[in-house]
Ligand binder design. Sequence first.
Ligand code: T4K
Length: 398
Amino acid sequence: MKLQAADLAVLGGTPEFAEPLFVGRPNVGDTARLFARLQGVLDRNWLTNGGPLVREFERRVAERAGVRYCVATCNGTAALQLLARATGMRGDVVVPALTFVATPHALQWLGLRPVFCDVDPRTGNADAATVAAAITPRTTAILAVHLWGRPCAAEELEALADRHGLTLVFDAAQAFGASYRGRPVGGFGAAEVFSFHATKVVNAFEGGCVVTDDADLAERLRAMCNFGMNGSRDVLGPGTNAKMSEAAAAMGLTSLEAYDASAAHNLANHRRYARELAGVDGVRLLRFDERQRNNYHYEVVAVDPGAGLGRDTLAEVLTAENVIVQKYFSPGCHRLPPYRDRAAVSLPHADALAARVLALPTGPSVSLEDVRRICDLIRFAVAHAPTLANRAEAYLAG
Ligand code: T4K
């Protein structure tokens, strides 16, 4: 227990946690089932190219997302790129500035031009107003994002895209299992993309997919991700290799079976974070809409000026205590190479949030007691903000 500022690990004290706590610890599920599935892969001697586990994974993901088609891929970035090509995106595509850099990179890599829009300061998500402000005659599409797993205003964006005749797709990399106004994430726009990276609520080691209700789009995507070939091995057009392997699907299925338990655990942690941080000045927990389904996988706080210490100082304090936080996503993508030339555009809310947000550990490997101790540390750091600020100034002065 910390009694005085000098007890903080950043000031030379003993770290609160002997072992590090992480954001995004893999949710593996039942390892016995995973090994049995992997043994089956080896017994069948069928390792990739549309094997039975990939097909089963696709069926189960489509079911969860409430859509007819799922095309599994080797990762979420490849899924975004396939989708951009398969929907015929050209020229400028509007993208929120506050997202993981994979979102704009997926477009830029294809020679498209991401045009960044601002976000709602309360949610971090772009909405119809901020997207509309970025639309020009050169815009052909919108790639919206459900940031930190909280669904963006998908129906309003659908109406906006319709009005302007634009393609609308969603980067739902972080939003597997969520719903918006009672509709599962997965069924909005022309299609949505999930990531099944190791750090996601459902993981396939590395993996991703596109989900859609559009049969033609699904067929094009399936061919594109297999060298442009259809099921009869006819080459229909240009393609790449973005297939998911059977080993990845074995993990994906096992992790998917653990999803409900993971989400329930995360919800309990979220409520504990909310309770513990309620009275902490300047540390604002971003809430989920609990009337909807959520995975509660990204626990995000904004460190506002009232805290008396900056986000970076708090991150330093927590990391020294073995609470390995992440500055998701800082700075905004418009300030990263190769997009800096676009930073002249004023995106005040994205800039303000990017400077303040911090993702805290959660997931089944983080207990309610861990959450309480993390919040005690945050409360303690805020209470000792002047000492920590002086230390930061001394450090900066050399
Ligand atoms: N769009 C959005 C909105 C996304 O968030 C992402 C991915 C994508 C698109 C692209 O999808 P993918 O192509 O990745 O499928 C991580 C992930 O690599 C990335 O998948 C994810 N978003 C992003 C938000 O986070 P890093 O570089 O910040 O993660 P990393 O490797 O430092 O790990 C984060 C934490 O997880 C660490 O504290 C350690 C822990 N960890 C990590 C790994 C890999 C583990 O405990 N075990 C592990 O195996 O990017």
